[in-house]
Design a protein around this ligand. Structure first.
Ligand SMILES: Nc1ncnc2c1ncn2[C@@H]1O[C@H](COP(=O)(O)OP(=O)(O)OP(=O)(O)O)[C@@H](O)[C@H]1O
Length: 222
């Protein structure tokens, strides 16, 4: 199993009740899952737990046999850089760095060196013209920035890609271009994909589709 969650519970700050309770959830290597659900239902919280960005109050998240929420902060950061690619709503590209520089920085954190050629190839396969590779990412369109964020997420050849609501700012045409380029990349590299969106039109591209309410049992007797 690539990802396995057991008895997860998450409470924010000094709130009295949890926002997330997941008795059990798992994902196999190379599997692609589409998760949907209403605002506030805990989708982003789940992704932040899986990426090891936030820690649960109790329970275990095991990815590639590592209980990631038991690692020290520094080990977790290094482990994440090597094994998990993340594309969030805010792409968190460094705006004054170029596409290539943003990608090479991620490669550096993942322990890879001499990655200019691979970064260039990735950008080209994601249909970013070569003349844009050295330009500050602040000067790229939103759609282009999203594709740079995918290239950055994939540079360390992660086993798992986590994507949160990436198409909400795109029109239908650019959304479909984005999706086909993303799926082409994950198919080619057999990367497992956890994809969260409100947009149910995208669900048909996935063999596994889940409502967050079927994963998150907050409020239910378990
Ligand atoms: N940092 C935080 N501190 C306190 N409460 C939070 C925090 N982040 C999220 N919450 C609460 O946790 C619940 C789940 O939020 P989350 O962002 O995971 O939902 P979501 O399903 O991703 O929503 P959306 O689709 O709007 O992004 C919400 O009730 C939200 O108000």
């Amino acid at each position: 199993m690539l990802v396995s969650i057991q008895d997860l519970s998450v409470v924010y700050g000094d709130a009295t009740s949890p926002v997330l309770e997941i008795p059990q959830w798992s994902l196999q290597a190379g599997e692609r899952v589409f998760i949907h659900g209403p605002s506030g239902a805990g989708k982003s919280t789940l992704l932040n737990m899986l990426a090891g960005i936030l820690l649960p109050n109790s329970g275990t998240i095991t990815i590639l046999d590592k209980p990631i929420n038991k690692l020290s902060g520094r080990k977790r950061d290094k482990w994440r850089a090597q094994h998990i690619g993340v594309v969030f709503q805010q792409f968190n590209l460094i705006p004054y760095l170029s596409a290539i520089e943003n990608i090479k920085l991620a490669a550096y954190f993942g322990g890879s060196r001499n990655t200019t050629q691979r970064a260039t190839e990735l950008l080209i396969s994601l249909k970013i013209d070569k003349q844009l590779h050295q330009q500050a990412t602040a000067r790229l369109s939103i759609g282009q920035q999203q594709r740079v964020a995918i290239a950055r997420a994939l540079i360390n050849q992660p086993e798992l890609l986590i994507v949160d609501e990436p198409t909400s700012a795109l029109d239908e045409y650019n959304r479909d271009v984005f999706m086909s380029l993303l799926l082409e990349q994950v198919n080619q590299h057999r990367t497992a994909l956890i994809f969260v969106s409100h947009d149910l039109a995208l669900a048909k591209m996935f063999s596994r589709v889940e409502a967050i309410s079927d994963i998150n049992k907050v409020g239910e007797q378990v």
